[in-house]
Ligand binder design. Structure first.
Ligand code: MRU
Length: 368
């Protein structure tokens, strides 16, 4: 693995801003010269560091350690991981190569349990691999499809953004939680994609970003990404959600999702449920933006596994210890927001509202 520190953050050299017509922007994750290149998100906002991987085990480690995170970004990373596994394999028969890919898939899949996009991306690649006849064909098509998934992620986010932009008015102040932006996808973002598209449609929006403890995707990534791209963004501690809503400082909420089940229950970063509950209390519309690859039509809400992360994420901030030694910690990475708190789900096939069981199903019957 190579670590390449390009430069400390500098607006001049860091075009995260999405040029919607030209696609000339940095990708969170990409395939280049038979390697996977990622922005190391654990180093943001202080340094922009790119990491290069040529082994799928390194990609698995990167997903586990949050070098790359956000449901769509880990879906594409998983697919790229299988691309590397195909290149790494010395198998000479189709069956042996499929078995190598199956093994890599298990390792990649075990990294993070909640976001459905990871399993979706891995499954899509395995289906393509199995449909081919020769080792050469499999290797070529696995890489081709993984790269196509990355390109499609951006297109999907832009389409979703255009639908979502219609829900926002000029001079709205929109709260978001965690990071569902360019950094959580290949580029452009889901929830932040909607905010970008709203601005591109000529409307002025302000954003309130929650800090998102324990590992601060809101302050490290969302505040960084939006500020860099010239948005009027204010950062709040998670504990100020109620204050800002009660004092009329917010009039809409938009968040991303890691998994949405067919009943409309939304699994997203821990704290989303609190934000949604507060929004309901204050009559503030609460929207979720997510691609169809985040929708899980199979699982029941009660069967979704919530990832539990290590206690040290809570007992300290960065390297600084902020809790007594030996303290018990409960550190769930995600929570579930029930459908009755959700005003609408924005997807690349349109916006759906309650009753979600019917409206979500209808999304899958829509033809482009
Ligand atoms: O633990 P993370 O940082 O991977 O959690 C990410 C989120 O919860 C995002 O809100 C979600 O993946 C949507 S990203 C477009």
């Amino acid at each position: 693995m190579n670590f390449v520190v390009y430069f400390k953050y500098s607006k001049r050299f860091f075009p995260l801003m999405i040029e919607s017509e030209t696609n000339s922007f940095i990708r969170t994750v990409e395939w280049k010269d038979n390697k996977v290149i990622m922005i190391d998100q654990t180093k943001l906002p202080n340094q922009l560091v790119f990491v290069e991987y040529d082994d799928y085990n390194q990609v698995a480690e990167a997903i586990r350690n949050l070098v790359v995170r956000g449901a769509p970004a880990i879906g594409v990373s998983g697919a790229f991981g299988l691309g590397l596994a195909a290149l790494q394999s010395n198998s000479e028969t189709k069956d042996d190569l499929i078995s190598d890919l199956q093994h890599a898939k298990q390792i990649l899949f075990a990294t993070r349990p909640t976001a459905v996009n990871l399993g979706w991306g891995l499954e899509k690649i395995m289906t393509v691999a199995k449909s081919k006849d020769s080792v050469e064909e499999i290797k070529k098509s696995v890489i081709f499809i993984a790269k196509q998934m990355a390109d499609q992620d951006i297109e999907i986010n832009k389409t979703m953004g255009k639908f979502g932009a219609k829900l926002f008015e000029n001079n709205d102040t929109v709260m978001t939680h965690c990071n569902a932006g360019a950094l959580a996808t290949v580029a452009y973002g889901t929830a932040l994609g909607v905010i970008r598209a709203t601005r591109e449609s000529g409307k002025n929006v302000k954003i309130i970003a929650t800090e998102t403890r324990p590992i601060q995707q809101g302050s490290r990534l969302t505040a960084f990404e939006l500020k860099h791209d010239g948005f009027d963004v204010s950062l709040i501690p998670d504990t100020a959600v109620g204050y800002t809503m009660a004092n009329g400082l917010v009039n809409k909420v938009v968040v991303g999702a890691d998994r949405i089940v067919k009943t409309g229950h939304v699994f997203n970063k821990i704290g989303t449920y609190q934000v949604a509950t507060m929004a309901k209390q204050h009559g503030i519309p609460f929207y979720v933006a997510a691609p169809l690859s985040t929708i899980d039509m199979e699982s029941k809400a009660e069967d979704v596994v919530i990832e539990m992360r290590k206690g040290t994420e809570v007992t300290g901030i960065g390297d600084k210890k902020t809790a007594p030694d030996g303290i018990n910690v409960i550190n769930p990475a995600f929570d579930m927001t029930p459908p009755e708190l959700i005003s609408g789900i924005i997807t690349e096939k349109g916006i759906v509202k309650a009753p979600f069981e019917e409206s979500i199903k209808s999304l899958f019957n829509k033809i482009d």
